[in-house]
Design a protein around this ligand. Structure first.
Ligand SMILES: Nc1ncnc2c1ncn2[C@@H]1O[C@H](COP(=O)(O)OP(=O)(O)O)[C@@H](O)[C@H]1O
Ligand SMILES: [Mg+2]
Length: 359
């Protein structure tokens, strides 16, 4: 089902400012939309507004074109999965999953069919008669998902459902959730502060900061064309290198001029209006190469971090710190100088004042 948020705003009672402001967003039918942002930016608030658990202060919420602002949660045809999945400890997995359907007085036959279907998809059939305390954290999270699935909702709402799992299991469940979404084809709105979850699962990412949307797009757009300095710094690990500087006589000069670069012809067109002005230059850590180039920089390697397939070099270039990733099998010594050339095709320029993308 298509979900539309039109100029949505939320002001909690007793709070001076709006927690959510001017949120305009269309989530198409069957999309896996991830709402991403730092802790406290208003992700849960927004999701709870969609669920009907928070009232809407201003704007409109539509499901399939129908206004939902004052429709109670139980009539919204949604199912929600939380970080803490609070199963009923005294009930079996089966009864936990069947609970909401029994409350709705569905027939025993339908309930059994739905529970078994969900259990089969989630591969928890073997535990149907176990108690939550007898299964692992990952299995419990699957039961929580199953409990939501049996209701066959039109929209799944998930609030950091993997946060309580350890790293390995989280990675596994990410793939499971993508598979599940493919087989169920249900519109999913998924909240997380974890950019890896967003990049790997989303068909659409919505990045929020301070109650407002910063950028909406596909994962690769976020990585390759961040719309402003906030997005550039938020997406990507290691964090994108950002240099403050000036655009002068067709070149970028970092503050202490230890980095001077001529942008590509295409970027120069866009930078024309910035002659003599302050701008930011962003370069991702993997966009440095060791081939000789007449605009090569010489960095001093401070710390080498070995990650296996790559090494992360934490380096100094004048007063700037530069993070460079190199293949894991190459040798780099700490406290030594090395030459690198930034890839001219991968430069990100941002306005010094508005911090919006230039190129
Ligand atoms: N019930 C509430 N009453 C007042 N303020 C709240 C309430 N719930 C959340 N907030 C505030 O709203 C802001 C956003 O919170 P939240 O939506 O939980 O962010 P996130 O999920 O992105 O971490 C925070 O400043 C938080 O303190
Ligand atoms: Mg939250």
């Amino acid at each position: 089902m298509r979900v539309e948020l039109i100029n949505l705003g939320k002001k909690y009672e007793g709070r001076e400012n709006f927690t959510i402001r001017g949120v305009d967003l269309v989530i198409e039918d069957r999309e896996f939309c991830v709402i991403l942002g730092p802790s406290g930016c208003g992700k849960s608030t927004l999701l709870r507004m969609i669920a009907g658990l928070n009232s809407i202060t201003e704007g409109e919420l539509r499901f399939g074109g129908k206004r939902m602002n004052s429709v109670p949660p139980k009539d919204r045809d949604i199912a929600m999965v939380f970080q803490s999945y609070a199963l009923y400890p005294h009930m079996s997995v089966y009864d936990n999953m069947a609970f909401s359907l029994s409350m709705r007085k569905e027939s025993k036959h339908i309930i059994d069919e739905r529970v078994r279907e969900a259990a089969d998809l989630l591969q928890i059939t073997d535990y149907l008669y176990s108690k939550p305390s007898d299964i692992s954290g990952g299995q419990r999270q699957r039961v929580a998902l199953g409990r939501a699935m049996v209701r066959k909702p039109k929209v799944f709402l998930m609030d950091e459902p993997l946060s309580n799992l350890d790293a390995k299991l989280r990675e596994h469940m990410r793939i499971e959730l993508v598979r599940l979404h493919k087989s169920l084809d249900t519109t999913t709105i998924y909240v997380t502060h974890d950019q890896t979850e967003a990049m790997t699962m989303a068909t659409k990412i919505v990045l929020m900061d301070d109650g407002r949307i910063q950028q909406v797009g596909k994962p690769d757009e976020f990585y390759n064309k961040p719309i402003n300095l906030f997005v550039a710094g938020f997406i990507g690990s290691p964090t994108m290198n950002i240099f403050e500087g000036k655009f002068q006589e067709g070149r970028f000069h970092s503050r202490d001029s230890s980095l001077v670069l001529t942008p590509s012809q295409e970027d120069l067109e866009k930078l024309r209006a910035y002659e003599g002005k302050e701008i930011y230059l962003g370069i991702r850590s993997e966009r440095f190469h060791t081939d000789k180039d007449d605009e090569q920089i010489t960095v001093m390697v401070d710390v080498v971090e070995m990650l296996g397939k790559e090494k992360i070099l934490y380096t100094k270039l004048g007063e700037d710190e530069v993070i460079i990733s190199v293949p894991g099998h190459k040798t780099f010594e700490e406290n030594q100088h090395y030459g690198f050339s930034p890839d001219k095709e991968a430069l990100h320029f941002f306005d010094g004042e508005t911090r919006q993308r230039i190129n």
